[in-house]
Design a protein around this ligand. Structure first.
Ligand SMILES: Nc1ncnc2c1ncn2[C@@H]1O[C@H](COP(=O)(O)OP(=O)(O)O)[C@@H](O)[C@H]1O
Ligand SMILES: [Mg+2]
Length: 219
């Protein structure tokens, strides 16, 4: 489908544009043409086990047609005061907890999201729902939790610029008290993984040890 036929995207992230397609349905498309069928399979698996994820209608190459979610992202709701810090931390602890209760598809480990942070959670009437399953698959739950913690720490130290800023540190501290599993067990591996992600700038990579140190301090 050509960009022109779709009009302007109503939302854009770092990697994808999202278009309103028809009533209740959006089209998410990777700008770099990357394949979305793997994440669609994880989403369908998680949905089948009752996890709060938008329903997928079609996946074809970089295009993913899915249920449109109505509501602000957790980040937006936090910034406009709709969502308090304690509620934000308990949602950020609950969502990975429930995700990691889903057995991996090869029966080893669990389902992991690998980009679970407040920009990828939408607060809907049906409760918080998780989007942006690009990196999702089967894996180690502690790795996933450590990654969420590291991302919040990057925001808290100001390495990743986000309006939440230092409040991400308070959210992280509370989150670390609530999470199941061990958020430090895989932290070193997570730092290496994060350093290799193409979305990370050289400055962000250089600041990763400082972000990891904050996670350790707060845990
Ligand atoms: N199913 C959906 N319904 C409504 N809005 C969505 C949906 N999926 C994504 N969005 C919107 O698009 C934005 C970017 O989507 P996301 O999947 O996070 O892509 P990126 O990888 O670019 O961050 C989200 O912040 C959200 O506002
Ligand atoms: Mg996103």
């Amino acid at each position: 489908m050509s960009g022109n036929a779709l009009g302007e995207p109503f939302a854009s992230g770092r990697e994808a544009d999202v278009y309103a397609l028809r009533e209740g349905v959006v089209l998410r498309r990777y700008r770099n043409g990357e394949d979305a069928t793997g994440e669609a399979a994880v989403m369908a698996y998680a949905a089948g086990l009752g996890y709060p994820v938008p329903r997928v209608f079609r996946a074809d190459g970089p295009e993913l047609e899915m249920e449109r979610l109505d509501g602000p992202t957790m980040a937006a709701a936090y910034l406009n005061g709709e969502l308090g810090p304690d509620a934000a931390a308990s949602i950020m602890a609950d969502l990975p907890g429930r995700l990691h209760a889903l057995p991996g598809r090869d029966k080893v480990g669990s389902i992991v999201h690998l980009d679970l942070h407040p920009e990828n959670v939408v607060l809907t009437e049906r409760g918080p729902m998780v989007i942006d399953w690009r990196n999702a698959g089967d894996g180690d739950p502690d790795f996933d939790t450590a990654l969420t913690a590291l991302i919040l720490a990057q925001v808290a130290i100001g390495s990743i610029e986000h309006e939440i800023g230092a409040d991400a540190g308070a959210m992280l501290q509370r989150l670390l008290q609530l999470v199941s599993g061990d958020p430090l067990a895989k932290l070193d591996e997570v730092v290496a993984f994060r350093a290799g992600q193409w979305t990370m700038s050289a400055e962000e990579v250089a600041a990763l040890p400082r972000a990891a140190a904050l996670v350790r301090d707060l845990a």
